[in-house]
Design a protein around this ligand. Structure first.
Ligand code: GTB
Length: 216
């Protein structure tokens, strides 16, 4: 069955792999499932045709036969459940990998999003300069805890899983801030994710969209 995902027609990150379709592309590459891409403009995202797929008018979405999904975490979870390669067979190990998926979006990503909002949506507000260091400290709290848990392991719980895929992508968004580099084992963890062939294929595919659209 054909899988179709929606992605930014012109990603604000200029193809650096930071938009959330990257997680879905990466997961599909890990499980070797081909997929089609539908490009969506910011305007089209808020129109009825796209709102029927995504109630909040965002990307990514996922269509497979009569199934439509939104929320990158739920999409990656679906892919990991349906196709082999992203979740362990052992029931307890599987539950732990799923726990890390939730930890990535529910615990670690939260202050990172706050930082993006403070910088880009509220950057001109008088309180931003005071607020940013507070947010950065909350990020450091989470990264310190995560760094301790990871220790010198390659992945969060044994072999690479959908939990690592989600966590690596969440952390990637911090790289430009310099905060990630304060935690060498997390920095290396993210680099290990980026070195995976599936990640590289997904990255190249999303960059290609940006390059093609910007030469139009
Ligand atoms: N919780 C949802 C999920 O995980 O799928 C969040 C989806 C979401 O935030 N989508 C964003 C979107 O559609 C794109 S990824 N925004 C348009 C809108 O809300 O109108 C967020 C994103 C955007 C840009 C960059 N960047 O340029 O670096 C990085 C991430």
């Amino acid at each position: 069955m054909t899988i179709t995902i929606t992605v930014f027609e012109r990603s604000p990150d200029q193809g650096k792999g930071l938009a959330r379709d990257m997680r879905v592309r990466w997961a599909l590459e890990e499980v070797a499932q081909p997929y089609d891409v539908r490009l969506v403009s910011f305007k089209a995202m808020k129109e009825p045709a796209h709102l029927a797929l995504h109630p909040f008018g965002q990307i990514p979405t996922y269509e497979e036969g009569d199934l439509t999904l939104f929320e990158s975490g739920a999409i990656v979870f679906h892919i990991a459940q349906r196709y082999a390669g992203l979740l362990p067979d052992d029931a307890n190990a599987r539950a732990r990998a799923i726990t890390w998926m939730f930890a990535a979006v529910g615990t670690v990503e939260q202050p990172i999003i706050e930082r993006q909002v403070a910088m880009f949506a509220e950057g001109d507000r008088s309180w931003t300069a005071e607020r940013l260091p507070l947010i950065d400290d909350r990020i450091r709290d989470r990264l310190g805890e995560l760094s301790t848990r990871l220790g010198d392991a390659n992945w969060l719980d044994g072999t690479f899983s959908a939990g690592d895929l989600m966590m690596v992508h969440v952390l990637l968004r911090l790289r430009r801030s310099g905060i990630l580099a304060e935690y060498p084992n997390l920095d290396a963890y993210v680099a290990r994710g980026e070195a995976r062939p599936a990640y590289k294929r997904a990255f190249a595919a999303q960059l290609e969209v940006f390059t093609a659209e910007s030469t139009r």
